[in-house]
Write a protein that binds this ligand. Structure first.
Ligand code: AHR
Length: 487
């Protein structure tokens, strides 16, 4: 397959926030996965050192918290102050377990500081109040003399935190209150009014947007709240078949592999549908599309709590993640943030833990490989990849995306085929490069994953690349994801 790349043909900036993450009070994501108390597992202020160190390698730009559905059941005051005195609650969304509120606002900002990531907090519209939300913002971000800012100081934080991204509710059409679009739009306007700017930078307010292709929800928000929202969220998960038939994360056949590829590509269609509506109301492209929940959602691992959403992660997840990240690149004019669900031990996670053990998933490796795209200029690529016909649906055999930042070009590519390697010849127009370094991820079997006994079954290897100045050649193995850096 021949690809032509011209470094002068730029197509817009790929926002680094597309590589964002999401951590909810769900299952073993926060507790055990990230935060351990009174534990022999090495930690700094409760944050697991192994997990934090591995995540730091990803340069995570933004982290969404505390939910998800949990956000609209969360009352921030329960999670501040002396831990022994914090009230506990039952996490009714996720497994009915006791939530002791020991990981709260201060702990979340501590995690963000350790990771070097920007916080994105989702507030409670469904069961909260306007006052509760406005007070939380003041507590976190006001530098002056006020009862709330002084309470923060009393709880150990003198200076306000920097908080840019704030979500006004989550899935308010469902777990966030079962609202109609019209009702939520009015509620959004009321809540958003009281989100004051205490810091130097205005709060970037994100309205709770549609599920998948719910055009009525998007149309209503664009009509009613576009002047009061910096972004509108979109949730779009990928299943093997659909919500009622999610499939197994590991026990799938060839059909299951290609079904997930077909369903991953649907992200392109869903974004395009919403962009059309957004363009109609907002020609100047002022309102961003924030895909703040996405990823593969399969049946929980056999024997685990169904409310914990714990699933393994295979080569299929790695290829699907790259495909979808390429779709975000394609729509980089409107998609300015995306947060994969979720960071540790839940859904399409970066990391799985069991006691003191930790494994990095194939999806983790893809995120690490693609770091070069963050805040880089997307480059035009011309190529014909050929298609795979899966039960009457055509999907590309190979997906490629390229970007340039500070003179370095990153090219990421994945081969969806289960049986054919692909010979790649990339011709660079008007540019001379002297070094090309690449790595790739593949596996012996499509179902291969990293387990606590065999943590490196799916791990990156060096990719053989030849470069003669303007032509780069490589073999992209079947069912693989790869990235090359050209300098
Ligand atoms: O990520 C798991 C759940 O999926 C989130 O809590 C919710 O927002 C979505 O339905």
């Amino acid at each position: 397959m021949k690809i032509t790349l011209n470094p002068s043909k730029k197509q817009g900036k790929i926002s680094k926030y597309i590589y964002g993450q999401f951590a909810e009070h769900l299952g073993r994501c926060i507790y055990e996965g990230i935060y351990v108390e009174d534990s022999d597992i090495p930690n700094v202020n409760g944050m697991r050192c192994d997990v934090v160190n591995a995540l730091k390698e990803l340069n995570i730009p933004v982290l969404r918290w505390p939910g998800g559905c949990f956000a609209d059941d969360y009352h921030w005051r329960d999670g501040i102050g002396d831990k022994d005195k914090r009230p506990y609650m039952v996490n009714t969304n996720w497994g009915g377990v006791v939530e002791n509120n020991h990981f709260g606002t201060h702990e979340f900002f501590e995690l963000c500081e350790q990771l070097g990531t920007e916080p994105y907090i989702c507030g409670n519209v469904g069961s909260g109040t306007v006052q509760e939300m406005r007070d939380w913002i003041e507590y976190m971000t006001f530098d002056g003399d006020s009862p709330l800012a002084n309470e923060r100081r009393k709880n150990g934080r003198e200076k306000p935190w920097k908080l840019k991204f704030f979500g006004v509710g989550n899935e308010n059409w469902g777990c966030g209150g079962g609202m109609r679009a019209e009702y939520y739009a009015d509620e959004y306007r009321r809540y958003a009014t009281f989100i004051r700017n205490y810091g130097d930078e205005p709060v970037y307010k994100i309205a709770g947007g549609p599920n998948e292709a719910d055009t009525h929800w998007m149309e209503t928000l664009m009509a009613e709240v576009r002047n009061m929202a910096a972004g509108i969220s979109l949730h779009n998960y990928t299943y093997e078949t659909d919500w009622n038939n999610k499939g197994s994360a590991t026990a799938f056949d060839e059909k299951g592999w290609y079904d997930v590829m077909v369903n991953s590509i649907k992200m392109d269609k869903v974004i395009s549908i919403h962009k059309e509506i957004m363009d109609k109301y907002d020609e100047e492209n002022k309102v961003d599309l924030i895909v703040d929940e996405w990823g593969n959602w399969f049946n929980v691992e056999v024997g685990t709590n169904p409310g914990f959403l714990y699933q393994q992660n295979t080569m299929r997840d790695a290829v699907s993640a790259m495909l979808i990240l390429h779709i975000f690149h394609k729509h980089c004019d409107r998609v300015k943030m995306a947060n994969i669900a979720q960071m540790v031990n839940v859904l399409q996670a970066m990391i799985l833990t069991e006691g003191e053990k930790m494994v990095l998933t194939p999806t983790y490796h893809v995120f690490k490989m693609m770091k070069g795209h963050m805040d880089a200029e997307k480059l035009q690529l011309d190529y014909e990849s050929g298609n795979i016909n899966h039960e009457g649906t055509e999907i590309p055999k190979v997906s490629v995306s390229a970007s340039e930042k500070d003179g370095t070009i990153t090219v990421s590519m994945c081969n969806l085929s289960l049986d054919e390697d692909e010979e790649i010849e990339l011709n660079i127009e008007g540019g001379q490069f002297t070094t090309a370094n690449g790595e790739f991820l593949t596996a012996s079997y499509m179902n291969d994953c990293n387990t606590f006994d065999a943590p490196d079954t799916v791990s990156p290897k060096n990719l053989d690349v030849t470069l003669d100045g303007t032509t780069m050649k490589l073999t992209l193995p079947k069912m693989s994801a790869a990235a090359v850096t050209l300098k």
